[in-house]
Design a protein around this ligand. Structure first.
Ligand SMILES: O=P(O)(O)OP(=O)(O)OP(=O)(O)OC[C@H]1O[C@@H](n2cnc3c(O)ncnc32)[C@H](O)[C@@H]1O
Ligand SMILES: [Mg+2]
Length: 254
């Protein structure tokens, strides 16, 4: 792969120019008929993975009509001023649930590098200074680790996945994917730091895996699969049962 170039500001992955700042008083767009769940992300790479995960966990749900995303509803991007993945996931899910009136699932995630003490961590999306500049973020990270030997290049993807309903039910699950950082990017799939993280036990980077292979082992896959019973319970019951843990998959009509 050639030396990565900084992302264009007009990159479709993160076109933030269209979005107002959360809390600026804009009225939210009403959710379309049939919408049941909001995926509260503006990252198209994440969105694609989340859609696949929801569809796999709930094949009977008409995901096309029932699952909408924050961008398509015109929801503003929440200010991610939490200091943990969990806090930021909750901030995003709460904002989307309040603005749409629907249950919302958000993910906050990032790359935690051992030798950097867990950085970029919650700053992963803006490590180079520009939010969502994936290639610039990757290039900076590789330069910072230029002198680090292979045995010290351990790292992990981390994900907190949050479900928030408009009436205040909240649940968070976590997932990690451990691996080693390559010195050069490899692969065209995925997004973000995928071209440099080689999961433990594999000879490929995450960007060289199919979407299905990545989802099966990824931090996001693990967190979202753990969250899905809670999501399904909320969708089926209309709201979570008071004082009881969400039920596992049940044979109920949508
Ligand atoms: O907040 P939203 O709108 O969901 O989109 P975002 O891209 O800003 O998402 P985060 O705030 O959670 O930041 C996550 C960053 O961590 C990196 N990242 C997270 N998951 C990743 C994955 O599966 N593969 C590669 N990089 C990932 C990537 O740089 C992301 O931009
Ligand atoms: Mg973000």
């Amino acid at each position: 792969m050639p030396d990565p170039e900084p992302d264009s500001p007009a990159s479709p992955r993160h076109d933030r120019s269209e979005h107002a700042v959360a809390g600026d008083g804009d009225d939210p767009s009403p959710a379309p008929d049939g919408a049941r769940l909001v995926l509260a992300t503006h990252n198209v790479g994440k969105l694609s993975e989340l859609r696949d995960m929801v569809a796999a966990a709930a094949p009977e749900l008409d995901a096309q009509a029932a699952v909408v995303d924050a961008g398509s509803l015109g929801l503003v991007e929440a200010v991610e001023d939490g200091t943990t993945f969990e806090a930021n996931a909750l901030i995003k899910a709460r904002a989307a649930a309040a603005a749409s009136g629907l249950p919302a699932v958000a993910d906050d995630s990032g790359l935690a590098v051992d030798v950097l003490g867990g950085a970029p961590g919650i700053f992963s999306a803006r490590w180079s200074g520009t939010h969502g500049a994936d290639r610039a973020n990757l290039k900076l990270l590789l330069a910072q680790l230029g002198d680090i030997a292979p045995e010290h290049r351990g790292a992990q993807f981390v994900c907190a996945a949050a479900l928030v309903t408009p009436d205040g039910y909240e649940h968070v699950e976590h997932g990690i994917l451990r691996g080693t950082l390559r010195t050069e990017p490899a692969g065209q799939g995925g997004f973000g730091y995928d071209p440099v993280l080689q999961p433990d036990g594999l000879d490929l980077t995450c960007a060289e895996l199919t979407a299905e292979q990545k989802n099966a082992i990824s931090h996001r896959g693990r967190a979202v699969r753990a969250l899905m019973p809670h999501v399904l319970h909320v969708l089926r019951a209309g709201k979570p049962a008071e004082g009881s843990a969400p039920a596992g998959p049940e044979n109920q009509p949508w």
